[in-house]
Ligand binder design. Structure first.
Ligand SMILES: [Zn+2]
Length: 448
């Protein structure tokens, strides 16, 4: 018997807005002194009223548009009630049945094959505080820090479309890349500004099972808040194996929430999975429903900019780069923009491919290397002509007119004559051998 993993994801991303989701506290809580970044609203003090953050709402829709989501004209916040020490109000303001973004998709490529992962929804909520377990004077205590409480948090929910650990890995990295391109979050796993919760079940498959139209298992195991790509892979792989062993022992896995113990590489049961009705959701009475005009959505659409896939395709077409090189260049928006900056400064014979190679292979520190300086380095190292494009053209024209016999010889098939011409050009420029192939191509163009 083989088993087909069925995996869905919930991904939380903290938005890097200046202020909180419903208050004016700074959104920059990372490594701040505990409880220095709070106010009556995010501490949930009686009578404090939430005011939604417009930027956070716009950024959530922006992300939805980038993931080809439907954007409903109306949306609403809801209260999710539960008691936990990191949640001072006793409820979290989130969205239940009217999220900001409806169904969408993200295309991924795994082992040369393309696949669409369906997005079910994207909603906006507030983050909780943080509990830290520690020891003070030999006594075990739990400390709570409310700095993160009320930071805007988007939750991206996918359909259970993943069939392997690799697919999940490619998807979460691509999602992080898009979030960073949009400039709405650093999406740093290690800082906790991107957290991943996979839901896993497995389906026994026989030769006769129709895998294109499968019936999902009636349970799923959710693993809470994983904060590194590696742990996501490890946790899913472990969970697939754990469930397989259970099924082979004749047991049935149950609906559960589990945690991943990084040190041991295992998942452990935390609680039986709650249902939505356990939270007694109801519409948030302190915030009116939101309505969006088509013009507002259209305006946001213009702010998406060029996303990694489009950029990659353009680099291949416009600059003749390979898919591999173009993919590496667009990995971050900064690197892609740097490449084009260097290219725009360029006035001599360095090819886009040569610039791409330098940026990729020499691991250029783009923050500390001005484009002009990089161009200088490339020119010097290839000892390509430090003359401008125009000067070079003039030198070539001059050499050709002075050596018309060599030109005629080359035209009648004597390759050596071309080398003589190239040698003369190089001598005239006054530097070494240069990026010879490029030079040869230019001279040949002039002879024709
Ligand atoms: Zn606050």
């Amino acid at each position: 018997m083989t088993y087909q993993p069925i995996i869905g994801l919930e991904v939380h991303v903290e938005l890097s807005t200046e202020s909180g989701m419903f208050c004016g506290c700074s959104g920059k809580h990372f490594q701040a002194k505990p409880n220095t970044n709070t106010c009556p609203v995010c501490l949930g003090l009686p009578g404090a009223l939430p005011v939604p953050n417009k930027k956070a709402i716009e950024w959530t829709i922006l992300l939805g548009l980038a993931l080809e989501c439907e954007i409903p004209g109306e949306s609403r916040f809801d209260r999710k009630n539960y008691i936990y020490p990191d949640l001072p109000k006793g409820y979290q303001i989130t969205q239940l049945d009217q999220p900001l973004c409806g169904p969408g998709k993200l295309d991924i490529e795994v082992s040369g094959e393309n696949k669409s992962i369906r997005i079910r929804r994207i909603h906006l909520e507030e983050d909780t505080g943080k509990i830290q377990h520690t020891e003070i004077d030999g006594e075990r205590v739990a400390l709570v820090d409310f700095n993160r409480s009320g930071v805007p948090l988007v939750e991206i929910v996918t359909e259970p479309d993943f069939r392997s650990v690799e697919e999940v890995d490619v998807f979460v990295k691509k999602l992080q890349q898009i979030v960073r391109y949009l400039g709405i979050s650093g999406a740093d796993m290690e800082k906790g500004s991107m957290r991943i919760e996979p839901s896993i079940s497995i389906l026994p498959i026989s030769n006769t099972t129709n895998t294109t139209n499968i019936k999902y298992p009636n349970y799923r195991v959710e693993i809470k808040n994983i904060n590194s790509f590696k742990f996501v892979r490890n946790a899913i792989a472990y969970e697939i194996e754990r469930q397989r062993e259970m099924i082979e022992r004749g047991e049935t896995p149950t609906q559960q929430t589990r945690g991943f113990m990084e040190s041991k590489g295992v998942t452990v049961a935390q609680r039986e999975k709650e249902e939505a009705h356990d939270y007694r959701y109801f519409p948030e009475p302190d915030i009116p429903p939101m309505r969006f005009a088509q013009a507002q959505i259209a305006k946001l659409k213009t702010q998406i900019g060029e996303l990694p896939d489009e950029k990659k395709a353009r680099f291949m077409k416009e600059y003749g780069l390979s898919a591999y090189d173009a993919g590496l260049l667009v990995e971050t928006k900064q690197r892609a923009e740097y490449f084009e900056k260097v290219l725009s400064r360029q006035s001599s014979v360095v090819s886009p491919k040569a610039i791409a190679n330098w940026i990729i292979n020499k691991k250029v520190d783009i923050a500390s290397t001005p484009p002009e300086q990089l161009l200088d380095q490339i020119v010097q190292s290839t000892t390509t002509t430090p003359v401008s494009g125009d000067e070079l053209e003039n030198i070539i024209k001059q050499v050709l007119s002075e050596n018309s016999k060599a030109v005629e010889d080359y035209k009648s098939g004597k390759e050596q004559a071309l080398m003589f011409i190239i040698g003369t050009v190089i001598k005239r420029i006054g530097v070494g051998s240069g990026d010879k192939n490029t030079l040869i191509a230019i001279v040949k163009k002039h002879i024709q």
